[in-house]
Design a protein around this ligand. Structure first.
Ligand SMILES: *[C@@H]1O[C@H](CO)[C@@H](O)[C@H](O)[C@H]1NC(C)=O
Ligand SMILES: *[C@@H]1O[C@H](CO)[C@@H](O)[C@H](O)[C@H]1NC(C)=O
Ligand SMILES: *[C@@H]1O[C@H](CO)[C@@H](O)[C@H](O)[C@H]1NC(C)=O
Ligand SMILES: *[C@@H]1O[C@H](CO)[C@@H](O)[C@H](O)[C@H]1NC(C)=O
Ligand SMILES: *[C@@H]1O[C@H](CO)[C@@H](O)[C@H](O)[C@H]1NC(C)=O
Length: 623
């Protein structure tokens, strides 16, 4: 018998070895998956119930994906929330996120879904998962997995997507992850990870997404990120306790599309190098200790104001443009003089856009002058055109824009002066005076009308974007006036979609606006709803007393909770409930909750809100 051709024999040996390898390997994979399953303590949804040890091939198991040729496991996806509510969870602002304590029922207070009731995987992550050497995707988000992240994950050389977001993992982020050099997405948001962000970015060259939001991370942002971020598109570090300053070299991450650093303890100046990030779509640096002046300059850079041509514009003539006659001529000189040269002594308030000064132009004629503190103004002709548009926006419940001065070096807006202070002060001080239900109702209605006008009757429509009690002013008869409308757009957030303190205030911004900067009239409705809830209760949007409910629990969650538990009467400020009009009060509470609905399409329009408020006729008066 002729021996086998030597070539043929080695060929069959190779085939045999390859087949054997595959078989062995998938045997290993099966073993690793079963180890993973056994490390789980609960699987109430039965996500792994199809994982039968007797089954030779794990590739048909639920949540397991294999390579069709090698039959090796390439993905493990057992997110308990594979539907799109996951997105709405991530789009929540820090203010309503309680992910850190794993209590999701408060996250969707108004959806009618109690996520607490949805069962999830519990247990630890088995280090044996590291045997899945072909694994490219590990997605176990929105479960109750706990324990520390096993450093063995770093042995997954093929891993591209690591998504363990919204579990209850604690401990530190394993430095060993740097060995998973194929990683494109690292998503560990919404856990209880502490310690510092490892400086492992040198190795992770392919990484596109780093999402570590809503953890307990401390220390500074490693500068190594900026050294090696050629592919980085999303860097989400918001909702931690990061300190130090923003690394200068983040400005070299040219592909960066979102940079969320809000709700940390970052300080110092915002590096102007961020102005180099021309692909940036979302920038949120709010809730830090940063100096925002540079930030404004950064925005102006990002707005791409065709930037160097100032020729001819700075004519030196300091002019005040007036839109409304107040019977006294307004000049640059007499306005500035009446504020004592913007003397702090005349300052009556300050906000994201700058300080407001009281100015008595001639005896008995008062105006309020808002001096905008955004550095030097380029493209100011365009700005002044936009301000002129705002000057035409007039309604009995809007603060009247009387005039403005806009030049390259200075910009201020002149408004009518309202002696009653703002609603924030009113709310703070009302316990000390008799507040009538009818008065609260009138304030709510006034503001609803002003907003309905801005949204429905103005062409083009005006979105306010920063509704909060301090932007609602009162006269001596407690008529309410909305102020600061249109400034968010005017001052450069419309094109970059960037949010900062200048475009929305923590506690009042709608979830979708906070995270995706999706601007709509319904974001205003949300903020209005928060103000309405504050107005009726003794609680602030982010009342200190909510801290026992977990990080960021807000007035919306509180209102829903009380309503759900049949304790609505406890919601209202002292005395209001006892005064009688229960049906009306409950209706207002419902209205506030509808306005702050999680999904923006579920919120009523401001016109509908105004109509509903009008139907409620307060009759009972508190004494
Ligand atoms: C979640 O919050 C609810 C309040 O709505 C509370 O009753 C419940 O005990 C909390 N669950 C956990 C696990 O903290
Ligand atoms: C990374 O992998 C190398 C070998 O490939 C190993 O020596 C090293 O210990 C690993 N690093 C970590 C942090 O696990
Ligand atoms: C992070 O993971 C969550 C949960 O899977 C997902 O909804 C979110 O889009 C991810 N974030 C990023 C930036 O990839
Ligand atoms: C991180 O949290 C663990 C408890 O989960 C604690 O033992 C450890 O000291 C913490 N580390 C840091 C750096 O805060
Ligand atoms: C980045 O921004 C800084 C400061 O704004 C500037 O000096 C530098 O030239 C910019 N770098 C590039 C590469 O454009």
């Amino acid at each position: 018998m002729p021996p086998d051709h030597p070539l043929r024999s080695s060929y069959s040996a190779v085939v045999l070895v390859v087949l054997l390898c595959c078989w062995l390997a998938s045997g290993d994979d099966k073993h690793a998956l079963l180890e993973f399953k056994s490390a789980l303590t609960r699987d109430p949804l039965g996500l792994t119930s199809s994982w039968d040890p007797k089954d030779p091939d794990p590739c048909s198991w639920h949540g397991v994906t294999c390579d069709s040729l090698s039959r090796r496991v390439t993905a493990l996806q057992l997110s308990s929330r594979a539907d799109d509510t996951a997105c709405s969870l991530l789009s929540l602002p820090p203010s309503s996120t309680t992910a850190a304590n794993g209590n999701f029922s408060l996250l969707f207070p108004c959806l009618g879904v109690n996520l607490d009731a949805l069962p999830k995987l519990q247990g630890k992550l088995s280090p044996k998962l590291a045997q899945l050497s072909q694994l490219t995707t590990l997605s176990l988000s929105f479960n109750d997995l706990s324990g520390e992240l096993p450093p063995e994950i770093g042995q997954l050389q093929s891993l591209e997507v690591l998504d363990l977001g919204f579990n209850v993992f604690h401990g530190s982020i394993p430095f060993a992850l740097q060995n998973s050099s194929s990683l494109r997405v690292i998503n560990l948001s919404g856990n209880q990870l502490n310690g510092t962000i490892p400086a492992f970015f040198h190795q992770l060259r392919a990484v596109r997404v780093v999402a570590l939001s809503f953890n307990l991370l401390s220390g500074s942002i490693p500068v190594e990120i900026g050294d090696n971020c050629g592919s980085l598109e999303h860097l989400l570090l918001n909702g931690n306790s990061l300190t130090g300053s923003i690394p200068l070299n983040l400005g070299s991450c040219r592909e960066l599309r979102s940079l969320l650093l809000s709700s940390n303890l970052l300080q110092d100046d915002v590096p102007s190098t961020l102005g180099n990030l021309t692909n940036l779509e979302v920038l949120d640096l709010s809730r830090n200790f940063l100096i925002l002046i540079t930030l404004a300059i950064v925005f102006f850079c990002l707005r791409k104001f065709s930037f160097c041509s100032t020729s001819g514009h700075g004519s030196g003539v300091k002019e005040v443009i007036t839109f409304n006659d107040i019977g006294v001529q307004l000049t640059y000189e007499n306005v500035v003089k009446a504020t004592g040269g913007f003397n702090i002594q005349y300052c009556i308030g300050s906000g994201g856009f700058g300080a407001t000064y009281k100015a008595e132009i001639v005896p008995g004629v008062m105006v309020a002058v808002k001096r905008l503190s955004v550095g030097r103004f380029q493209g100011f002709e365009q700005l002044s055109a936009e301000i002129r548009t705002l000057g035409r926006v007039q309604h009995p419940n809007l603060v009247k824009l009387i005039g403005c001065h806009v030049s390259e070096s200075e910009m201020f807006l002149i408004y009518n002066y309202l002696p009653g202070g703002n609603l924030e002060k009113f709310i703070q001080e009302r316990s000390r005076r008799a507040v009538e239900w009818s008065m609260l109702h009138k304030i709510a209605l006034d503001i609803a009308r002003a907003l309905a006008y801005l949204h429905d009757e103005c062409v083009p429509r005006v979105l306010h974007r920063d509704i909060k009690p301090s932007n609602i002013l009162l006269d001596n008869k407690f008529n309410a006036y909305l102020s600061d409308f249109g400034l968010a757009r005017l001052l450069g957030t419309s094109e970059t979609h960037a949010t900062t303190d200048v475009a929305g205030t923590f506690g009042y911004v709608a979830p979708e606006y906070a995270m995706t900067c999706r601007v709509s009239d319904k974001a205003d409705v949300y903020s209005y709803g928060v103000v309405l809830l504050e107005l009726m209760s003794d609680k602030k949007a982010l009342d200190p007393s909510f801290s026992s409910f977990g990080n960021g629990f807000n007035i919306v969650g509180w209102a829903c909770m009380l309503l759900r538990q049949g304790r609505a009467s406890e919601f209202f400020m002292a005395g209001l409930w006892d005064s009688g009009a229960h049906d009306d009060l409950i209706e207002i509470l419902h209205l506030g909750i509808m306005c702050t609905g999680e999904t923006f399409s579920s919120r009523p329009s401001m016109r509908q809100v105004a109509q509903r408020l009008k139907r409620i006729q307060p009759s009972i008066i508190l004494t």
